[in-house]
Design a protein around this ligand. Structure first.
Ligand SMILES: Cc1cc2nc3c(=O)[nH]c(=O)nc-3n(C[C@H](O)[C@H](O)[C@H](O)COP(=O)(O)OP(=O)(O)OC[C@H]3O[C@@H](n4cnc5c(N)ncnc54)[C@H](O)[C@@H]3O)c2cc1C
Length: 381
């Protein structure tokens, strides 16, 4: 039986581990957090992520957890619609809906499919050998080591000593979840140098996020009061959503990305996956979706090739160009979109968004989300 050690139990690491388990590999997943999935935020899964989850056998389950978005649109800070696409039309053209999902539920869905003894929590990995050995843990030797340990990847630092470092973008993100029963449409609202996005979830709650300039590491004594003041004049329901969010349900992170491109996602039998390989800004909502695509391609390659090195060569060739292109597009989507501050540039941006035909927006969605997963030989559910 072939085996893998996976460092990191985020979306990418868990998806890869479940996929390998389902093609008959023995897996060990090592995670620093004591508890997995206690993550109070939502995530948008694009059609490409749904296809990835379907390929791993989660099609029906994720549709139960996710709320298909009825429409997708863009507004100004005063609430004027600049563009609006019907959710059914997106689904017709892209073949799948966009789903709003609670992260904790997505994690739980993946976790439920792992054998209980595969998971080792509360272990901060400081080094991992090419045989999958982790100091302090008694793990069986592994044929494959996967670094799925996020933007600050320890696996990357150890096995890719010349890799680019994570870089602060000059912006921070706030995320919250609140109760709101009234019908709300998914959408982003753009002001000068900042954005507010909201995503309805399946249980009637709303996941929302903010991105705006902030020094690295800065914190406010009361983040909710700070946001309330910053968005006081923005259109409804933005101030109401902030008010309705319990302070402890509010997350704040610096927005960082990998400050350059890796020359390979593979070093011997070690592979990087998800944010460890290509941490990107969140403006296209693709970081998690790409981690899921990575996992599927890696699992399919492991099922197809007898040699791990062959499988990894295929994985690298398949994933690096696409993910690095999307990371670049995501960076510019922020810079040329919500983060513009010059009033003339903002007016031009808004006019362009208003005049662009809906078909152009669908084409843009299509370029990113029109991805088809490879078949995974021998996958059992
Ligand atoms: C504000 C914001 C909004 C976003 N919205 C979206 C969205 O709508 N859609 C989307 O697809 N993506 C979105 N993303 C991106 C998405 O969250 C990430 O790309 C995704 O979570 C990456 O998954 P991952 O498994 O690669 O890494 P992570 O989720 O970072 O998981 C890494 C795991 O490794 C563990 N770990 C780290 N170091 C160690 C160590 N040394 N030892 C042991 N364990 C370790 C961590 O605890 C963690 O559990 C957003 C990101 C932000 C910041």
């Amino acid at each position: 039986m072939r085996s893998a050690t996976v460092i990191g139990a985020g979306i990418g690491g868990l998806a890869a581990a479940v996929g390998l388990h389902r093609i008959g590999w023995r897996v060990a997943v090592v995670e620093q957090a004591a508890e997995i999935g206690a993550i109070g935020a939502g995530i948008t899964l694009w059609p490409n992520a749904l296809r990835a989850l379907e390929a791993l056998g989660f099609g029906a389950r994720v549709r139960e957890l996710g709320k298909p978005q009825e429409s997708v649109g863009m507004r100004t800070s005063s609430g004027r619609w600049l563009s609006r696409l019907d959710g059914a039309e997106i689904e017709r053209q892209l073949g799948r809906p966009m789903l709003g999902v609670h992260r904790a539920q997505l994690h739980q869905m993946l976790l439920d499919e792992l054998p209980a003894d595969a998971l080792h929590t509360g272990v901060h990995v400081t080094a991992v050998g090419r045989d999958g050995a982790v100091p302090g843990l008694d793990l069986p030797p592994a044929d494959l080591v996967i670094g799925a340990d996020g933007i600050n990847s320890q696996v990357r630092s150890q096995h890719w000593p010349d890799a680019p470092r994570p870089r602060h973008t000059g912006f921070a993100a706030w995320r919250g979840i609140c109760e709101r029963r009234e019908r709300t449409e998914i959408g982003v609202s753009w002001g000068m140098g900042r954005e507010f996005g909201l995503v309805p979830l399946v249980d009637g709650r709303i996941y929302w996020y903010v991105a705006m300039p902030a020094p690295e590491g800065a914190r406010n004594p009361d983040e909710r009061a700070f946001l309330r003041e910053q968005f006081a004049s923005w259109h409804s329901p933005i101030p109401e959503l902030i008010d309705a969010t319990p302070p402890k349900a509010l997350l704040r992170n610096d927005i960082r990305h990998l400050g350059g491109r890796l020359k390979s996602y593979v070093a011997g039998n070690v592979a990087l996956l998800g944010d460890a390989a290509h941490a990107m800004t969140p403006h296209l909502g693709q970081g998690g979706c790409q981690a899921l695509e990575d996992a599927v391609v890696l699992v399919a390659a492991c099922a197809r090739y007898d040699e791990v090195t062959e499988a990894l060569a295929h994985y690298d060739a398949e994933r690096r160009p696409r993910t690095q292109q999307i990371a670049r597009a995501s960076y510019w989507a922020g810079r040329l979109g919500p983060f513009l501050t010059n009033p003339v540039a903002v007016a031009l941006r808004d006019t362009a968004a208003r005049l662009a035909p809906g078909s152009a927006a669908v084409k843009t969605f299509m370029r990113v989300s029109g991805w088809t997963p490879p078949p995974i030989n021998g996958l059992t559910s």
